[in-house]
Design a protein. Structure first.
Length: 228
């Protein structure tokens, strides 16, 4: 099973800027204790946390971790899983977690599909995919995280009534996501009026990427889907 998981295609960079000694220490000292291991079978995801969380949320592609860390600060009852293969983003998240003394987040620094395949059925209360790489060129659209296969994975791990949140400022990716979700009867969009997609969630934590989108004149949309 795990061999099949590891064979899943992943497109993206693992490392950008050279890590400073301090950042290297964060990777060496903090990450091992927080990093999930999908090669070990698990029956109850709650057991990877120390605080017996009442809900489990997962964010894929958390960037620098701004949204994930703030959600963890505001929701101490939640166990948060963050997946980010870009190691510079992982370092930023570790630094923020250390500074805020947050112990309710677990991380994975490889392909998020490994974790989605590893999680038990109906184990997540929320799933976040915020400003994912849009892969602008049409020939690369198959690389987008939103796909029929990944939506099937998300549906399997979401509890009935669980929420899938998606945000993007790229119209083609928004349409792509709506089209793909429409083919899955187990997901239903929360809003009935398309104009509501322009309104951020009440507990939304703005990211640096979103601030850049606004500066450059792009309007984000916020999609919410309920697991039936």
């Amino acid at each position: 099973m795990i061999e099949e998981q590891i064979a899943t295609a992943f497109f993206g960079r693992r490392k950008g800027k050279t890590l400073s000694p301090t950042q290297q220490n964060l990777i060496q000292d903090l990450l091992p204790a927080l990093c999930l291991n999908p090669t070990k079978p698990i029956d109850d995801i709650h057991t990877v946390f120390d605080h017996n969380p009442s809900e489990i949320w997962m964010e894929v592609g958390f960037g620098g971790g701004e949204h994930m860390v703030r959600q963890a600060q505001n929701n101490p009852h939640v166990g948060m899983i963050g997946c980010e293969p870009f190691i510079n983003g992982v370092v930023k998240a570790l630094a923020a977690m250390s500074e805020a003394s947050i112990g309710t987040i677990r991380l994975y620094d490889e392909d998020a599909a490994h974790i989605l395949d590893w999680l038990p059925d109906a184990s997540l209360d929320r799933f976040f995919l915020l400003y994912p790489d849009p892969w602008h060129k049409k020939r690369h659209w198959k690389r987008r995280f939103v796909s029929h296969k990944n939506l099937g994975r998300i549906i399997r791990v979401l509890k009935p009534g669980g929420i899938f949140r998606f945000a993007s400022d790229i119209d083609t990716y928004i349409d792509w996501t709506l089209d793909h979700v429409a083919s899955h009867a187990s997901l239903q969009e929360e809003c009935s009026d398309p104009s509501d997609r322009l309104d951020a969630w009440s507990d939304w934590q703005r990211t640096r990427y979103e601030e850049k989108a606004f500066r450059e004149g792009r309007k984000p949309q916020y999609l919410s889907f309920v697991r039936k």
